[in-house]
Design a protein around this ligand. Structure first.
Ligand SMILES: [Zn+2]
Length: 372
């Protein structure tokens, strides 16, 4: 049987236990169609059980098996050629959608300390054996220091403190970013002790004999894979991004998006800010993206992957008007250009999986970022 060219996007919102499914194009759907079992959505040619043409994974279990038909429980959007159904799904008790601060991020200090070896993405060992790692309290710890400093009773003073709490620096280069708020002493790693943030770790160069430094970039000595950069203020310290590393025995590094999401969730938990810009602040012409976190916890499945993913749902704008930036006052997240480009590509790839009726919201595009 020839499979009809159908696309599916399903989304589960745990806070309301609702599952929304969209299927398109409508004109490729048979008139009599669909049935759910609790975890899949079938497209059937007719009533017969043998007539299943396609099935799609649902992002959550529905409460009971039920029939879906174009005439009954669907909204049909002729303009975009998409039909959408909305049904109750099982509550997931292990989900704690409001717990956004304490997101478990891969390659924690405990995992890194216990690992037999830590490798580049291509499996070459990077570190001396027996290193210890400590988790940085939070990637926002500089700001916590700032906060404690300004708000200690003995230093109480009034008026504008004159610092900017809205700058998060996740990449290092030689430039002084001028507006950077990070004025407190940074914590540095020591020999045999690395420090671990949600997106990167820092370590002294003598602890990473499997790497070499070229133009301030830190690379795998064996395969040349770019791992990170030298610390901008300390040439003896390397900053290595977690998405370029894996523990020995793992097939590949964790997805880059998982770490970006962890950064966003951390800032949301700390500042309750939902708007962010990602850019390389030292290059005004480099790509940038304005991101508005719309929902911190959705689960989705698409016909592209047949896999269920937990994600943050975001709205994004690749060319935001200055007036919009002024209005939403985003947190500035500073990343190297290639990281910003990878983020934009990832958002656009997820936007491509959405039905036309869901790709845009006002002037924004809609995207998804995988999270833990
Ligand atoms: Zn390598």
């Amino acid at each position: 049987m020839v499979e009809p060219e159908l696309s599916f996007y399903g989304e589960f919102l745990p806070n309301v236990s609702t599952l929304t499914g969209s299927i398109w194009p409508i004109d490729k759907l048979p008139a009599h169609l669909a049935l759910l079992n609790r975890s899949q959505f079938y497209v059937k040619q007719n009533d017969s059980p043998d007539s299943v043409m396609r099935y799609f994974e649902l992002p959550a279990n529905v409460v009971k098996d039920q029939e879906i038909s174009l005439l009954n429980n669907c909204m049909v959007d002729i303009g975009t050629n998409v039909m959408t159904f909305r049904i109750k799904a099982e509550r997931q008790h292990d989900r704690r959608p409001h717990d956004v601060v304490q997101v478990q991020v891969p390659l924690s200090a405990v995992e890194l300390t216990q690992a037999a070896a830590v490798e580049c993405g291509n499996g070459h060992e990077l570190f001396v054996r027996g290193l210890r790692f400590l988790d940085l309290p939070s990637e926002n710890w500089h700001e916590l220091l700032d906060y404690w400093h300004c708000h200690k009773p003995e230093h109480e003073h009034h008026g504008n403190h004159g610092h900017n709490h809205h700058h998060h620096d996740y990449h290092d280069n030689n430039d002084n970013h001028g507006s950077s708020a990070i004025s407190k002493e940074e914590l540095y790693p020591r020999e045999s002790l690395g420090l671990v943030g949600s997106a990167y770790l820092t370590t002294v160069l003598s602890d990473i004999p499997g790497t070499k430094v070229r133009d301030r970039e830190v690379e795998c000595k064996e395969c040349g894979m770019q791992l990170g950069t030298l610390h901008k203020k300390n040439n003896n310290v390397a900053k290595i991004y977690k998405w370029n590393m894996k523990l020995q025995g793992q097939a590949s590094p964790a997805k880059f998006e998982v770490f970006i999401s962890a950064i966003l969730l951390g800032i949301i938990g700390f500042h309750a800010s939902y708007h962010f810009t990602f850019a390389n602040s030292s290059d005004k012409d480099s790509p940038r993206v304005l991101v508005w976190v719309f929902n911190t916890d959705v689960t989705y499945a698409t016909s592209e992957t047949d896999k269920v993913n937990r994600a943050i749902k975001v709205l994004y704008d690749l060319a935001p008007e200055p007036a919009l930036i002024e209005k939403v006052q985003p947190e500035a997240i500073d990343f190297a250009e290639k990281t910003v480009t990878a983020l934009i590509e990832s958002l656009q790839k997820t936007n491509d999986c959405l039905p036309d009726s869901m790709k845009r919201f006002d002037t924004w595009q809609v995207g998804l970022l995988c999270r833990m």
